[in-house]
Design a protein around this ligand. Structure first.
Ligand code: UD2
Ligand code: MN
Length: 580
């Protein structure tokens, strides 16, 4: 009787204890997650709760360096605060010369301080965000080939200035056999005198950015590898948002928002409000809209199918678990797809962190001399397609038939790695991760609405002609001929743009005023100023969403838009029309 009593008590007590334990775990967890508790957490009682109940690895703190931020706000001068800057007239010669070797305004960069201030253009909620206290250490790896002096150094200086010192273990600049004298001779001395955490390792011969990043990753010793291009600038509190997701799961790879540093004025501005990375079937990098849930959760990190390539943080151990990059990728291009596919297909995930922002100079043109390795981009793409894209590779080859003949070299190790890691299929990637990619970029393009020559009904001797024109050249009306037939053949594609049949050039209208000419511009698939519609009943070609139609002047033969009306000059015939 007595024993039974004690047993029961024991059971009740057990139950109470278990309830208390579970309750405490639950409370601690919600305490560390719930944002509305922030004021309480900052209070004295909150601090006590935090100190004793939340495991230190999950405790969140404010990582901003307010002293530096305040100092930075006061910086004044050329290029400061990311405001557009200009050189004076007498510096034109130098400006031209440094433009041609860099593809950006190197002379202007030299006038802007290495530690220039940047505008804080983060999402407003980023300023208040806390990140866990125990973040991993970082090796920053920056490949460069003939980078300009001040842009290379500004990359390193911005990293050191805007990061908590103890998190940056080292900055490794990997010189891909630069030929500029100052990079060969002056750089090491400058670094050891001024930036001791930064060192250079050098490749014996020009090998490209993939080999350079691999060399940097091999030399690195911190927990996290953080890759940057050699003409970037890290912005306020950029590091904690990149590191926290990795600290919580070492298979998560994190990309910052990439801002634009204008190649001519060095103005610092946002590229857009954020997007998910993707590609089209020629493997051009493209961007997909954020999902409604991404917008609702802003500025939480959101999943992105493909990285832009140059700027990302990744656990060093996960990088090597995936075998690093395919070392057979040469010089430039395709490595962003290889690593992204590999991350997703082999058990990882990738996110963009809106609160981490890094500026990048998108050059006006690539100034690198061709290393004489043939079509290395095509070869890289084919390697990636053969190893990772399964049956989807055919969509690339359909658009680039010559890729079928490119020799990929030995890819057996890459294939063996995929087997060994039991990576998922590309179909899985396309349906689970990049599930909306094919809506915008269908692997098999629907037929064009109309195609062939476009002629004024009142003068069918004339044809609209793209005359091998370059970007921003006017589209002309010329006598129809067989010899230039390629340039006189257009299609009203299913994207609802009018494009040259032989190349990726579209009819574009920067202006919508009457008599604005039609210009040639790379097709952007975004509708807007490249949106056209043909009405077979009235034979009018209507532009955009305004009520403007293609028109011409029979005297000068100029082509332009005018408000739609009954004029015969607004009637056009197209060889083959397929509107139902
Ligand atoms: C983008 C990526 C870039 C890379 C590339 C595709 C961003 C912002 N940039 O082009 O990182 O993924 O797509 O491969 O996402 N470099 C060398 N050796 C070479 C050529 C380049 O070391 O032979 C360096 C170069 O100095 C730079 C980096 O590699 O630091 C990327 O080259 P880029 O800036 O010309 O590439 P980008 O930004 O046009
Ligand atoms: Mn770059």
């Amino acid at each position: 009787m007595m024993r039974r009593h004690i047993l029961r008590l024991f059971r009740v007590r057990n139950l109470i204890i278990i309830t208390i334990i579970i309750g405490t775990i639950y409370l601690v967890k919600s305490f560390s997650d719930v944002k509305s508790l922030e004021p309480f957490k900052q209070s004295l009682l909150g601090t006590v709760v935090k100190e004793y109940f939340i495991p230190s690895s999950l405790r969140k703190i404010d990582w901003h360096d307010y002293k530096k931020i305040k100092y930075e706000r006061k910086q004044k001068g050329i290029g400061e605060q990311g405001i557009p800057a200009y050189l004076s007239k007498n510096e034109e010669a130098l400006e031209k010369q440094l433009y041609s070797v860099n593809g950006f305004n190197g002379a202007l960069s030299d006038k802007i301080p290495l530690n220039r201030s940047l505008p804080d253009i983060r999402h407003i909620k980023c300023q208040k965000r806390l990140y866990i206290e125990s973040l991993p250490t970082v090796s920053v790896v920056v490949p460069f080939h003939n980078e300009h002096w001040s842009t290379l150094l500004r990359t390193a200086v911005s990293v050191l200035n805007r990061s908590p010192e103890f998190l940056i273990k080292e900055v490794i600049l990997v010189d891909d056999a630069s030929t500029k004298d100052f990079l060969k001779k002056k750089l090491d001395d400058y670094l050891s005198a001024n930036l001791p955490k930064v060192r250079v390792i050098r490749l014996a011969s020009r090998s490209g950015l993939i080999t350079a990043r691999l060399a940097g990753a091999k030399a690195a010793s911190a927990d996290v590898l953080l890759f940057l291009d050699s003409h970037t600038e890290a912005n306020a509190n950029w590091l904690p948002p990149l590191l926290e997701p990795i600290a919580l799961d070492h298979r998560t790879v994190v990309c910052p928002y990439i801002d634009v540093i204008a190649y001519d004025t060095f103005e610092y501005r946002a590229q857009d409000e954020g997007a998910r990375g993707a590609f089209d079937w020629e493997l051009y990098y493209k961007r997909l809209p954020l999902l409604p849930k991404d917008l609702d959760n802003m500025p939480e990190p959101f999943e992105s199918p493909v990285m832009a390539g140059g700027l990302f943080a990744m656990s060093r151990s996960f990088f090597w678990e995936l075998g690093g990059y395919d070392p057979g990728l040469d010089i430039w291009g395709g490595e962003q797809y290889e690593l992204s596919f590999k991350i997703w297909q082999c058990g990882g995930r990738m996110v963009d962190a809106p609160c981490s922002r890094v500026g990048h100079i998108y050059r006006k043109f690539a100034p690198f001399p061709n290393p004489g390795h043939g079509d290395f981009v095509g070869r890289n793409y084919r390697r990636v397609a053969e190893v990772w894209m399964d049956e989807y590779a055919q969509y690339l080859y359909k658009r680039r038939p010559n890729y079928r003949n490119i020799d990929t070299g030995d890819i057996s190790e890459q294939k063996a790695l995929r087997e060994r890691l039991r990576c998922r299929s590309f179909r899985w990637f396309m349906t689970q991760v990049a599930f909306d990619l094919t809506v915008k970029y269908p692997p098999v393009e629907p037929n064009a609405f109309a195609e062939g020559r476009i002629k004024p009904v009142s003068n069918p001797q004339l044809c609209v002609d793209a005359h091998h024109g370059a970007q921003m050249d006017k589209v002309l009306l010329k006598r129809c001929t067989e010899s230039t037939a390629g340039e006189q053949k257009f299609m009203l594609s299913w994207h609802k743009d009018i494009r040259s049949k032989s190349r990726n050039m579209c009819w574009d209208l920067p202006e919508s005023a009457p008599k604005s000419p039609i210009l040639l511009y790379s097709c952007h698939l975004g509708g807007g100023n490249q949106l056209w519609r043909y009405y077979p009943e009235t034979k009018r070609l209507k532009h955009g969403t305004n009520d403007n139609c293609l028109d011409w002047d029979p005297n000068t033969r100029a082509l332009y838009i005018m408000p739609c009306g009954d004029a015969t000059t607004q009637q056009w015939s197209i060889d083959h029309v397929d509107y139902e």
